[in-house]
Design a protein around this ligand. Structure first.
Ligand code: SAM
Length: 190
């Protein structure tokens, strides 16, 4: 899917699954499908909530860079933010990503993106998902893709959140049984 140093770093970060117990990154096939969604949607202003060591971020950034896009990536853990920054630099993707450390319920709310987000990936603490969405909603573009990870692996925990996504004005959505299973919602506002 990607070549050169981007692929080299993706391979390296993929291997963290076997080396660290707090990587919690999406399966590779899921990261690749997310990258294709970004490409298909011509998404250029991305928000990622839950960056960890940067595995999904590398895919989102490499995909949106092709369209001149940008990713705001948020994570609570300073150690992971530092590691993700090093991985993105090694992949030559630093200019495409801004890393934000802190609780995304506050940091996303307080941040003013250069362009409204046309793609958001929610992959952090599951029972905080409503808080992430509350923070995100004011920043969404008129047409925005919202991806929520783990709707198969944490189906019960996320059922109420998925119901909320379905009820958003202008929203359509479906479940995608790839990787951890994710919800794919498109919000189209008048
Ligand atoms: C499942 S991991 C993200 C994996 C990453 N998306 C990937 O696939 O490579 C979840 C991350 O969310 C972060 N996190 C948890 N609660 C958070 C919060 N309230 N605000 C920001 N980040 C949070 C954790 O530090 C952790 O790195």
């Amino acid at each position: 899917m990607f070549e050169g140093k981007v692929k080299t770093v993706i391979d390296k970060v993929d291997a963290l699954r076997h080396k660290v117990d707090d990587h919690w990154q999406v399966p590779r096939v899921e990261a690749e499908v997310l990258a294709q969604i970004v490409r298909l949607g011509h998404c250029v202003s991305l928000c990622e909530i839950g960056t960890s060591y940067g595995f999904s971020t590398l895919h989102l950034a490499a995909a949106t860079r092709e369209a001149g896009g940008h990713v705001d990536a948020f994570d609570l853990d300073p150690k992971k933010i530092a590691a993700a920054g090093a991985h993105l630099a090694e992949a030559g993707l630093s200019a495409t990503v801004t890393l934000h450390q802190g609780d995304a319920r506050q940091t996303v709310r307080a941040f003013h993106p250069a362009k409204p987000y046309d793609f958001a990936f929610i992959d952090a603490t599951k029972d905080q998902s409503d808080g992430y969405l509350d923070a995100l909603l004011p920043h969404l573009a008129k047409v925005a893709i919202l991806v929520t990870d783990n709707t198969a692996t944490h189906a019960q925990e996320l059922a109420g959140f998925v119901a909320r996504l379905r009820a958003l004005p202008g929203a359509t959505g479906c479940q995608v049984p790839v990787g951890n299973g994710f919800d794919l919602t498109v919000v189209r506002r008048a």
